[in-house]
Design a protein around this ligand. Sequence first.
Ligand code: KG4
Ligand code: ZN
Length: 363
Amino acid sequence: MKILAIETSCDETAVALLEISGPAEKPDIRVLGNTLLSQAALHEKYGGVYPTLAKREHEKNLPILLEQTLKQANVDTECLQVDFIAVTAGPGLEPALWTGITFAEELGRRWRKPVVPVNHMEGHIYSVLYKTGSISKFEIRNSNLLTMPALALLVSGGHTELVLMREFGHYEIIGQTRDDAVGEAFDKVGRLLGLPYPGGPKISALAADSRFRIKDLGFKFPRPMLNSGNLDFSFSGLKTAVLYKIRRDNREDIEYKQDIARAFEDAAVEVLIEKTRTALENLGNEARTLIVAGGVAANTHLIHELNNLIRDFPGLALRLPEKLLATDNAVMIGIAAYENVSKRPELIEENGNIRARGNLTYL
Ligand code: KG4
Ligand code: ZN
């Protein structure tokens, strides 16, 4: 099945052309073309994503990326042979989502192809199906096997959720953030430290420098809701604790920034790990797969701690996305569309009227 996939939910414009076949739990995924333009540098001065600017950039970038993707795949732009077009319908920034939907529907009309809406978070979940390897080589890859029941920890700039999948396509949100998403907390702390947006990768690099330089920090930030007795998260208090410490100490040297980044990362990661551990224990050790996806799944310290965590759960496989597929991209949108269409082929027939839904939970 050939799928053209489009992603514009936030500040990344992305287009991919995929060929996928095989069973939903372990499809063969071939990336024929894959392009992406990040607007992060443009949004930097706003300290976050500015919706009208994102919309304008998506509108400008989509035709360019489509052309590049088709060129990579060596296919004819006049009569594109795809089974359908997949587009992110939510959750995300509505003006940004609408740009992708409108573009996909125009292409659908021009090429007489159906357009299938995709849930961005499902995209993150299924991003882990693509097996480690260089995606620039565009080879066919046997994908990772996802055995159910699976627990997914979704950690991005907009979401922090624990999702239970007892079977393919059935989702139960068993824990979520009550305020900021963990990626958002990384970005806000990044801002407090004077780092450019997005702060996540830079905080991670600074924290690693601190761990390399000294063994013990001598101070700690609070672990919000660690002992709350449920699976919910909260990160805004942690950010405030960082703010107060920075104000109190009034230091700007690089070593200080490294130590703050590390103390914050330690606190955020410990909460993610311990809530995931509780969720796995609550499932009576029945979960077979632990999926960790979303931009923060690229965090080295989190990955390290996840590898320690799964040692306590024999029979549990950890599935992480390739670094390139951790942050927003269109490959994952195409894979999620394939997963949905394999279960419900009638999705291809249900034409028209896709709506952007900023707060979409699960389709
Ligand atoms: O999934 P994503 O690309 O976009 C959303 O759907 O939100 O996630 C972006 C988020 C940002 O908050 C960014 O700071 C964070 O993921 N992020 C990281 C790392 N790489 C990206 N956070 C911590 N460590 C990283 N290495
Ligand atoms: Zn995302």
